[in-house]
Design a protein around this ligand. Structure first.
Ligand SMILES: C[S@@+](CC[C@H](N)C(=O)[O-])C[C@H]1O[C@@H](n2cnc3c(N)ncnc32)[C@H](O)[C@@H]1O
Length: 266
């Protein structure tokens, strides 16, 4: 890892990790229970379609999961999930992407959603049961230490989550550990074009809003490579927009934005 990336990671590690976890859990408890509330970001079907989700896929997903969808980009075209594959969704929230993934992995594959917020897991599990998604299951865990066996999955997906992790290098190492060799990492996440100032990266409230933890894109990609991946494709999700004033400030001044990435474990 370059000295520059190591220094940037140190800057993000200075935030109070427990405070970030508490605020992130509170924010996403509300997202699960009150999707019509006011947030820094848009949610729901219109946004999902604008990001690139196929209406045919969304028609087969419980609408209540779509209402609480808080992802930041589309990556299923990059993930190219095939029937029979085993998929894990890091930070599965109310479950929308786990249900979409299960349409592709089919009855012979599996989809496992991982999240740390009880209300998100409870909502996803009750929708899974009510709508008969037999090949989907959920696990309460941290994405940086899932406790899954090594080389278990064909595909790791994640949408709008890794920016919330205080140590992104740890998350990518964990993704690499649980993927089979040749397995794919297909994600959408928030990054920045310029390094955010320390008073932002130390502000746990801004982390929960998906701004404070945004790492510069170049170093974010280096962190993925350092975890043992080859990056195949990176694309900007220009359709993704934050809606609060503070978030707009991050976009205008530091190039805070959403990207989708496909990487392959070497
Ligand atoms: C922005 S939401 C995205 C949820 C989902 N991927 C979606 O597209 O709707 C972030 C989710 O990640 C979970 N999360 C954040 N940090 C986490 C961590 N370190 N370990 C496990 N879950 C985490 C939160 O509980 C929340 O459900």
């Amino acid at each position: 890892m370059s000295t520059n990336t190591a220094q940037i990671i140190e800057q993000y590690l200075a935030v109070d990790a427990l405070e970030v976890e508490t605020k992130v859990k509170a924010m996403y408890r509300d997202v699960a229970m009150n999707p019509d509330g006011e947030y820094h970001f848009e949610m729901g079907r219109d946004m999902a379609e604008r990001l690139g989700y196929r209406p045919d896929d969304l028609d087969q997903v419980p609408s209540s999961a779509i209402d609480s969808f808080a992802g930041v980009g589309y990556y299923f075209d990059l993930a190219d999930i095939k029937p029979g594959e085993d998929v894990v969704d890091l930070g599965s929230g109310s479950g929308m992407d786990t249900f979409v993934a299960s349409l592709y992995s089919g009855s012979t594959g599996t989809v496992t959603g991982v999240d740390m917020t009880d209300e998100q897991l409870d909502k996803a599990e009750s929708l899974r049961r009510a709508h008969g998604f037999e090949n989907v299951c959920y696990a309460k865990s941290y994405i940086q230490s899932t406790r899954f066996a090594e080389s278990l999955f064909d595909v790791v997906i994640s949408n709008g989550v890794i920016n919330l992790a205080v140590d992104k290098a740890e998350v990518f190492r964990e993704a690499s550990r649980i993927l089979k060799p040749g397995g794919r990492l297909a994600i959408a996440d928030i990054v920045s074009e310029k390094l955010l100032p320390e008073d932002v990266t130390c502000n746990s409230r801004l982390w929960a809003a998906c701004i404070g933890g945004a790492m510069p894109e170049t170093e974010y990609l280096e962190t993925i490579r350092d975890a043992g991946f080859e990056i195949e494709l990176v694309r900007d999700n220009s359709e993704y927009r934050f809606i609060s004033g503070g978030a707009q400030w991050g976009m205008d001044n530091y190039g805070v934005k959403s990207i989708s990435i496909l990487a392959v474990k070497k």
